[in-house]
Design a protein. Structure first.
Length: 295
């Protein structure tokens, strides 16, 4: 019954190749929990992994039945029974195999984020220009369009500085509502803010074009500043179309470190130079001092 051995081996390998949740960085672990569910993930991996033992047991019983068959009819019956039991097992396992396929597709789409690198997380309401900002300042090429929720998942870009790398993360747009009411897309942004951010750049649209008022964006800004340990700075976008009255109102609320137009990347380099000098450089120096002390 060599087919049983092959099937058992395949099932075992499938289970072992799945990441162990407890060994993952908290960002990835909580992301899987938010999108898939930790219990559902563990159930799928465990059932597929345990199925290899069931296949081996079925094959072992079938081999015994074949070897002790008194005649040809009994031998054929043993083989038919073996095949039927294997088919039943795989049919029973079909929902878990389908779910595992979905999980693998999801995991393959995740960016290869290095939690040890200094990370700039770009946040804000939907359609305020986050993706365009990230595209202006880093290697990332996220999809950009003039409608909300273009960013369906986290995108990763890099800035290269004298042999070092800084990560820039474009997060899905956040809405002004409690965490418990946020969808899976928004929760990805929350996890990036919580676990990865060395600094948060909050992009503001002072115009009505995003569809989100300054009042809503202010509440979100306040929530980010109060709810996360990483420092946060605000940037005003769309200065190419904003009126002076709109800009003045936004300046009074957000005290921005810069004003930009992501349409042509105007002002984005100056903003990033400020952020890197104020937040990345001290962190990099402290990392070097810590390494020197450890020698």
């Amino acid at each position: 019954m060599s087919s049983g051995k092959a099937i058992a081996s395949i099932l075992r390998e499938m289970a072992l190749r799945m990441p162990f949740l407890d060994r993952l960085h908290p960002f990835y672990r909580e992301l899987i929990d938010a999108v898939i569910g930790a219990r559902a993930y563990k159930h799928v991996v465990a059932k597929v992994g345990n199925a290899n033992l069931a296949v081996k047991a079925i094959a072992k019983e079938a081999i015994t039945a074949v070897r002790t068959a008194p005649d040809k009819k009994a031998l054929l019956d043993a083989r038919r029974m073996y095949k039927a039991r294997i088919i039943d097992l795989l049919n029973d396992l079909r929902p878990e195999l389908e779910k595992m396929r979905e999980i693998v597709v999801f995991l393959r789409k995740l960016p290869s984020i290095d939690p040890e690198l200094f990370t700039i997380v770009v946040a804000g309401a939907p359609n305020v220009g986050k993706s365009s900002f990230v595209r202006c300042v880093s290697t990332a090429k996220p999809e950009v369009a003039e409608y909300p929720f273009t960013t369906k998942q986290i995108h990763l870009g890099h800035i290269f500085l004298r042999g070092d790398r800084v990560q820039v993360i474009d997060t899905p747009g956040l809405l002004d509502r409690p965490l418990s009411e946020r969808n899976q897309i928004e929760k990805q942004a929350i996890l990036a803010l919580r676990h990865l951010a060395g600094v948060i750049v909050f992009v503001v649209d002072p115009t009505p074009h995003s569809g989100y008022s300054l009042e809503m964006q202010e509440r979100l800004w306040r929530e980010i500043k109060e709810g996360f340990s990483a420092p946060a700075v605000a940037v005003l976008n769309k200065i190419d179309i904003a009126t002076e009255e709109e800009l003045e109102k936004a300046r009074a609320i957000f005290a921005p470190i810069g004003e930009i137009s992501t349409l042509n990347c105007r002002g984005t380099k100056e903003v990033m130079d400020y952020v890197l000098q104020k937040y990345y450089v001290p962190a990099a120096l402290e990392k070097l001092r810590a390494a020197a002390r450890g020698r």
